[in-house]
Design a protein around this ligand. Structure first.
Ligand code: NCD
Length: 317
């Protein structure tokens, strides 16, 4: 059975298929697809706090007509000692044909995927500091929609790239899109170093130097919940907060992103959220659409062949 556990191994074809499905849903309107997953039950198991990922999966399932279960695990039997796999199999017994999982442990997602019966899909909604594939797919589609020229784009990331699973999922996709270099701005102990050399990493500690002539800036939250104790107490706990004035160093039409939640005046100056170059709200909107596209992809539903009333009403002759 197909799963989406990480972004490694996704091909250009996979990306373009997902993005063209997402574009169709956006053009035609999400409400036209309510018949596609009727009679399917999808459960979202979130063992860590989440606002946008959990709710956008829930909403994506509802737009596709599925029965979407978003249980509060704070009140669930996990506090009586039930294992992740046994909790998951409980939802499978109730008829779930897809499970999404957010969990603080890296290994959780492969443990779950290998324990599921063949007919059940599994989607990684964030496993520890490892991967967050659906967020990366939504973010990169947002940039593609904004007209990024992938082969020429200069991309910078400000903040804790080392413990950000969003960054790790981006980094596995960027070479597939033709991106060869990345500028990371962070103290050395918060800077990600990929294990292979498909991306050349330029490390900076100064924001203005790092974003010079950039087309894209991804700001990040400090993932303090994943930091080892020595990092929490280290004197180098300097933070990297992008200021509006810094953007003069970047290209005039730079695209500013953040996967959320944005900690105002810590990850970026609060006013930047209202800057027309800031795509944070669009990332959220696209997050719902991309999760619909991902579900259709896993269930092998070819969206291009689905007739919708909007198709005839909206498409030019
Ligand atoms: C990210 C996450 O949980 O990894 N947020 C998200 O899912 N939209 C980033 C973060 O929490 O900083």
């Amino acid at each position: 059975m197909t799963h989406l556990l990480h972004t490694r191994g996704l091909t250009t074809d996979d990306l373009f298929q997902l993005w063209s499905s997402a574009r169709l849903i956006k053009q035609r309107g999400a409400h036209h697809y309510r018949h596609l997953l009727t009679n399917h039950t999808i459960a979202h198991l979130f063992y860590e706090p989440s606002t946008r990922t959990a709710q956008s999966f829930h909403l994506a399932c509802q737009h596709l007509g599925a029965i979407s279960l978003l249980p509060s695990l704070a009140n669930s039997a996990i506090h009586k000692g039930e294992s992740l796999v046994d909790t998951a199999l409980t939802f499978v017994a109730m008829g779930a044909s897809t499970l999404t999982l957010r969990h603080p442990d890296r290994d959780s997602i492969t443990t779950l995927a290998s324990a599921l019966p063949d007919h059940v899909h599994c989607i990684n909604a964030g496993n520890g500091d490892d991967q967050h594939p659906t967020q990366a797919l939504a973010d990169l589609w947002t940039l593609d929609e904004a007209g990024i020229d992938w082969r020429r784009a200069k991309i910078a990331m400000i903040g804790d790239s080392r413990y950000s699973r969003v960054v790790h999922a981006w980094c596995d996709l960027l070479p597939t899109l033709g991106v060869r270099q990345l500028h990371l701005i962070a103290p050395a102990n918060l800077c990600y170093q990929p294990t292979d050399d498909t991306l050349r990493i330029h490390h900076h500690t100064d924001i203005r130097a790092g974003i010079t002539d950039c087309d894209v800036i991804l700001c990040l939250r400090q993932q303090t919940e994943r930091w080892p104790t020595e990092l929490k107490t280290a004197p180098s706990r300097a933070y990297t907060c992008l200021q509006q004035a810094d953007l003069l160093s970047a290209k005039p039409h730079v695209k500013l992103l953040h996967p959320g939640p944005v900690i105002r005046d810590h990850d970026m100056q609060g006013v930047l959220l209202d800057d027309p170059r800031c795509l944070v709200a669009k990332q959220v909107k696209h997050g719902v659409i991309m999760r619909m596209a991902i579900l259709c992809w896993l269930y092998k539903i070819p969206l291009a062949h689905i007739q919708t009333p909007a198709l005839h009403a909206q498409e030019p002759a």
